[in-house]
Design a binder for this molecule. Structure first.
Ligand code: PGA
Length: 258
């Protein structure tokens, strides 16, 4: 982290977990144990049907609610899809885009790019995910792969909008497996992502953008991961489903930075 230049962001990704009633219960519990300090931004990205309950519960708090996906089109014949302006109207501030689980369902870099542009246009903060598979890591092509995902995902994002984008590095082999990247492995890739942003934009922009790590981040390993200079927060799956665990990760963001 480096709080001098950029925001620290602790974001939860609930995936397909919790009903609206369970959301209400979770938020009530979270409110009672939420740390008072304001050392990071907090986001909870929840299933679409849980958004109203989450927004209602967290209205007077510093927790921003987000969606886990969006459609890049403004409106029309896209059965089952949700447009960015609908998310804004429902009270969302964030949207996860290009999660590897969605890419595995067929989402391409071009789709990710269109969604990032649509989210920014609507005033949402996109959390754009990237990450390599185990085969790619073992083949030694992690840096090239991630650089390509970042370049394609950010195509056409204007200079005055790039600061709004949050990038999440999530090695696929670490998601939901309990196998976390080491702080050094995660830092290496996050630093590389910042270099890609520097080349695409400028040092000033690269310094200002928040890059999160995701993949089995939990209350035990968060402190060490967040101590890395280029890891500005976390995108947390499993551990974001338990209020006590999520709060411990928020507390881990309260440490001296470089
Ligand atoms: P995990 O998920 O923390 O359960 O590994 C992270 C993610 O997929 O965003």
């Amino acid at each position: 982290m480096n709080r001098k230049y950029r925001k620290t962001v602790i974001a939860g990704n609930w995936k397909m977990n919790k009903t609206p009633s369970e959301t209400k219960e979770f938020m009530a519990q979270l409110k009672t144990i939420m740390p008072k300090g304001r050392w990071c931004d907090i986001a909870l990205c929840v299933p679409a049907v849980c958004i109203p309950a989450a927004v209602r519960a967290m209205r007077e708090t510093r927790v921003g609610i987000g969606a886990e996906n969006c459609n890049a089109n403004a409106s029309g014949a896209y059965t089952g899809e949700i447009a960015t302006n609908m998310l804004v109207d429902a009270g969302c501030k964030y949207v996860i885009i290009g999660h590897s689980e969605r890419r595995a369902m067929g989402e391409t870099d071009a789709d990710v790019n269109a969604k990032v542009l649509a989210a920014l246009e609507a005033g949402l903060t996109p959390i754009m995910c990237c990450g390599e598979s185990l085969e790619q890591r073992e083949a030694g092509i992690t840096d090239e792969w991630i650089a390509m995902q970042i370049k394609l995902g950010l195509q056409g994002v204007a200079e005055d909008k790039i600061r709004k984008v949050i990038i999440a590095y999530e090695p696929i082999w670490a998601i939901g497996t309990g196998r976390t990247a080491t702080p050094e492995q995660a830092e290496e890739v996050c630093e590389n992502i910042r270099t890609v942003v520097r080349k695409l934009y400028s040092s000033k922009h690269a310094r200002a953008i928040s890059i999160l790590y995701g993949g089995s981040m939990n209350e035990k390993n968060a402190f060490e991961l967040l101590a890395q200079p280029d890891i500005d927060g976390g995108l947390i799956g499993g551990a974001s489903l338990v209020p006590e665990k999520f709060v411990k990760i928020i507390e881990a963001a309260n440490q001296p930075t470089v």
